[in-house]
Design a protein around this ligand. Structure first.
Ligand SMILES: Nc1ncnc2c1ncn2[C@@H]1O[C@H](COP(=O)(O)OP(=O)(O)OP(=O)(O)O)[C@@H](O)[C@H]1O
Ligand SMILES: [Mg+2]
Length: 231
């Protein structure tokens, strides 16, 4: 069981409040963060990953302060970015996959083996030496997922994972996600993929509007989104 604990977190960019006193605690395995464009979802995911420092408050995953204890955080929480171009840094598939593992302290030959085993799991062994520049946007997204899975973090944050994926790829990803033993934090403005999730957090203008079962949060969120369109 993994615990996520967000306590009174605020975050500003150039004196503009992006997140305001966000608090949330959960040991659920499937957590959804819902909100419309610009509500602060991607900002919050970067903070849960420990990539940025909150101006106020603290985020702990399994009692690890994700910003202060980077090394422990790397083993604990991984994130698939909304835009794969913000995630991928290396020119080839294998280099990208091995990098995260070596960062965690895994020896290069072991890292190479582990990367290959994840490529083969997804039927992509032939991608080993492919140049990233030859991958489509959807293929890049799959690479990001494989790279994070190879690191075997306990918690995986997925920021709009279906963006840029075609229907067969969405189906494949849905099946993969359902089978994962990890805790998933699914960031989305689309309510369909998270209907069966354990808990949903609704963010609006950087604040939590409501937290609870998607059965109650989703209908209210949809009502509000429809109302906004009408105005
Ligand atoms: N580097 C930045 N500088 C200034 N403002 C920023 C920066 N990054 C994000 N913001 C602002 O913070 C707010 C939240 O952005 P964020 O990307 O977290 O939203 P989001 O909920 O992920 O939106 P989307 O659904 O479009 O992905 C937005 O108003 C955005 O303009
Ligand atoms: Mg976003």
């Amino acid at each position: 069981m993994n615990s996520i604990s967000i306590t009174d977190v605020s975050y500003q960019i150039n004196d503009t409040a992006i997140l305001r006193s966000v608090s949330f605690q959960s040991v659920a395995k499937r957590i959804a963060i819902l909100g419309r464009n610009g509500s602060g979802k991607s900002t919050l995911s970067r903070l849960i990953c420990g990539l940025d420092r909150p101006n106020q408050g603290v985020i702990r995953v399994n009692d690890i302060d994700v910003y202060k204890d980077r090394r422990a955080a790397l083993n604990t929480v991984g994130m698939i970015f909304q835009n794969p171009d913000h995630q991928i840094i290396f020119p080839t598939v294998i280099e990208e996959m091995v990098f995260g593992l070596t960062q965690m302290g895994v020896d290069k030959p072991v890292a190479d083996q582990r990367a290959m085993s994840y490529l083969s799991k997804f039927g992509k062994s032939d991608w080993r030496d492919r140049a990233i520049s030859t991958l489509s946007q959807g293929q890049k997204k799959l690479l990001c997922l494989m790279a994070i899975l190879a690191m075997e973090p306990k918690v995986i944050i997925l920021d709009e994972p279906f963006a840029a994926l075609d229907i067969p790829a969405q189906r494949q990803l849905t099946t993969i996600l359902q089978s994962l033993p990890q805790t998933l934090i699914y960031i989305t403005h689309d309510t369909a993929p998270i209907q069966n999730y354990d808990v949903a957090i609704w963010l609006e203008q950087g604040q939590v509007v409501e937290t609870g079962s998607p059965d109650t949060v989703v209908p209210r969120f949809i009502d509000e989104m429809t109302r906004i369109k009408v105005l």
